[in-house]
Design a protein. Structure first.
Lengths: 86, 606
């Protein structure tokens, strides 16, 4: 069983929860708010694409991949900080 | 792999890189060999058969070598799959016949709202990674109902989870067997019903003997085939037609050009609709006023991703919590490769047909000329395409060209005038995509029934060999039932797949997520959440699909998760708060789930 005491656990969980909240907010922006507003974003262009279209077919997808890797990198740091990393 | 002693298996795991590099090379050599055969005049059908037989034979060999008699290996591949390979296996498990064959076609015909599939089937992994995968891995369960049953305690919750799992996965698997049959029938020139059973036989070889272990290593092999088969035609076509070396970053101009052409031609519906084929009426990029329909679809697909058991159970197979997380990252990276290519494929194919300055264009040409094109004749002869001069002016108009959305990917190599060997490659890729998903789904269903229903609820004294025999018999029966339903051809591929996601998110999303994130959630609440959400979603589907009710706020039958999920959440929270909080034991268990170190909640073999 783990040797961590209750305080450390709470600290670990608090930081994990904060990290998760940040990721969920970013998720909300890239998965819902931006695609929903594609029409108004289309007035701008990016790499020759209308921006709204670009976000739906590539931009948000790239953001999802980056979010997962960054979250995992940060979560590993949190785990190690509290001595619960493997 | 067949060697069940530690040494033999360790050697295989250590050499994964070498084994799969050699395999990829072998596949490319085979591809080159087929290309040479085509040059010296071997017929198209022979090449197609060669591709299917060669790849199925390889999967069968892997399945045979992975055979096992151990419960741990059968259910969770011995929990020794490295993150990178689990990522590939998950990607193959995930990308179904629908993603491979139907998605680009959906985008081609559906326009902006269908981009909800692209966002939904990638963004869902953010939810999987944040909310579920690491915690389920720590739990150490064999199946998804195993988690529900242990976290909430009691067979009622476990049973409800089994029911939702079976309905969602079975809906999904019929679509995959349908896709397998379509491809086998097309390529081998056999009737569809026969193709379905042939595809099923291939699926059994991968999953029967080795369970999760066999499926894992064949799925890695299938991912390699399917991604090569998706990317090679796009890049080849792009270079041949002058759209750029790698078209993904430069097709913006093509999008703008199509918008111009659409305005020039006008997007009128056909004068007379033909059954089974569609005409292009949706603009490629006109999101104004369609945000709601796009976003509701995306939400259903995302929450469904995070509730579909055949995906979640892939993260039970990694050696640690950290590697489970890392493998979610790899999964989405590998999935991304296909999903950011699909809209490029749809756009470039559309441009090739529409733009009169390209040699491949057909719109605006004389009917007679178009009807003589080889690819038009091929697909017309199987009823997947039609041209009809409905205004009798002798010229093909945009609304006189009919096509089944499902064939866009399969027909693209022919439209672009690529050699037939590319079509053979695409068929092998589509088959790999459909088979790998069907494997995962059948295993998810059979494992839930054998582990949760039979072992945990009916006969807890059953020994190892008996459990595995039951699991395999169930696999046979479910596969056969799936093939029987698939041969009835009740729905299209994309529609049935969307339903599976809606069933899963209606019933399982909140009970799973709150099981980790809300300690106060208890068994009564979970049961209420599963039953309430699932029943509400199913009832809505029934009422809307049969036309007894007008859809509310444009939520049609492929989006019914939008109705099921809130009902599930409300039922679960209200009933949980009205009933006593879970025992101290269960609350401690939830705490333990939240940290990566320490023993798994469930024993290694349970």
């Amino acid at each position: 069983m783990s040797s961590t005491d209750a305080g450390a656990r709470e600290g670990h969980w608090a930081k994990t929860r904060t990290l998760n909240t940040i990721i969920m907010v970013l998720w909300l922006i890239f998965a819902i708010i931006i695609p929903y507003n594609a029409a108004s974003l289309n007035s701008m262009t990016f790499l020759g694409f209308p921006l709204g279209y670009y976000m739906c077919v590539q931009g948000s997808l790239i953001a999802f991949v980056a979010m997962i890797w960054i979250q995992n990198w940060r979560q590993d740091q949190i785990d190690d900080e509290y001595g619960v990393g493997e | 792999m067949a060697d069940t002693t530690g040494g033999g298996r360790a050697r295989f795991i250590d050499n994964l890189g070498k084994v799969y590099a050699l395999y990829t090379l072998g596949f490319l050599v085979f591809f080159a060999f087929m290309a040479i055969l085509e040059q010296i005049g071997v017929g198209a059908q022979a090449i197609g058969i060669g591709f299917l037989m060669f790849t199925i034979a390889i999967y069968a060999v892997i399945g045979w070598l992975s055979r096992t008699g151990e419960v741990d290996a059968y259910y969770v591949a011995g929990r020794e799959v490295p993150a990178l390979y689990n990522g590939m296996a998950t990607a193959a498990d995930w990308m179904s016949g629908a993603s491979f064959v139907a998605l680009a076609g959906g985008v081609y015909f559906g326009g902006y709202p269908y981009l909800g599939f692209i966002i939904g089937w990638t963004g869902g992994y953010v939810l999987v990674n944040s909310l579920l995968a690491p915690y389920l891995r720590k739990f150490g369960c064999y199946t998804v109902p195993d988690f529900v049953g242990t976290r909430y305690g009691g067979n009622t919750a476990r049973f409800c989870a089994v029911v939702v799992l079976v309905v969602a996965s079975f809906t999904y698997v019929t679509a995959q067997i349908n896709a397998t049959g379509t491809i086998a029938a097309q390529t081998l020139g056999v009737p569809f019903e026969f193709g379905v059973w042939l595809g099923l036989a291939g699926i059994f070889i991968c999953s029967m003997l080795g369970g999760m272990r066999g499926v894992t290593w064949t799925q890695v092999a299938q991912y390699i085939v399917l991604i090569i088969a998706y990317l090679v035609p796009i890049i080849w076509m792009s270079n041949k037609q002058g759209f750029g070396i790698i078209p993904h970053f430069s097709y913006g101009d093509a999008v703008q050009r199509i918008v111009e052409l659409e305005q020039q031609y006008g997007l009128q519906p056909a004068a007379e609709n033909l059954a089974g084929v569609s005409v292009l009426t949706n603009p490629i990029n006109d999101p104004a006023g369609k945000g709601w329909s796009m976003v509701t679809l995306a939400i259903c697909m995302m929450c469904g991703t995070a509730s579909l058991p055949h995906i979640l159970m892939r993260y039970f197979t990694t050696p640690s919590v950290r590697s489970a997380r890392r493998s979610v990252g790899w999964s989405l990276t590998f999935i991304f490769l296909l999903y950011f290519s699909a809209p490029a494929l749809a756009t470039l194919t559309k441009l090739q047909l529409l733009d009169p300055s390209l040699a491949t264009s057909i719109i605006g040409k004389s009917i007679e000329e178009v009807a003589n094109l080889a690819w038009i004749q091929h697909w017309t002869s199987v009823g997947m395409l039609a041209i009809a001069d409905q205004n009798a002016d002798g010229i093909l108009q945009l609304n006189e060209f009919f096509m089944r959305p499902d064939i866009v990917v399969l027909a693209t190599p022919e439209i672009a005038g690529l050699p037939y060997v590319i079509s053979g490659l695409v068929a092998a890729g589509g088959l790999a995509a459909a088979m790998s998903t069907a494997d995962g789904l059948l295993l998810a269903i059979a494992n839930a029934l054998s582990h949760d229903l039979y072992y945990k609820m009916i006969d807890p004294q059953a020994g190892t060999s008996r459990r595995l025999v039951v699991a395999r018999i169930l696999l046979l029966f479910i596969g056969a039932a799936g093939a029987a339903v698939a041969s009835l051809k009740l729905t299209g591929i994309l529609g049935a797949v969307a339903w599976a996601f809606d069933f899963a998110c209606s019933g399982l999303f909140f009970p799973m997520v709150l099981g980790v994130w809300w300690k106060r959630a208890n068994a009564a609440g979970a049961v209420a959440g599963m039953v309430g959400g699932f029943a509400a979603g199913t009832l809505y589907l029934y009422m809307v699909y049969t036309g007894q009710m007008e859809p509310w706020w444009g939520i049609d039958h492929i989006r019914f998760g939008i109705i099921g999920m809130p009902v599930s959440l409300v039922c679960m929270v209200v009933v949980s708060l009205m009933t006593p909080e879970p025992s101290k034991e269960i609350q401690d268990m939830v705490d333990e789930t939240r940290i990566p170190t320490g023993a798994a909640i469930l024993a290694r073999e349970h």
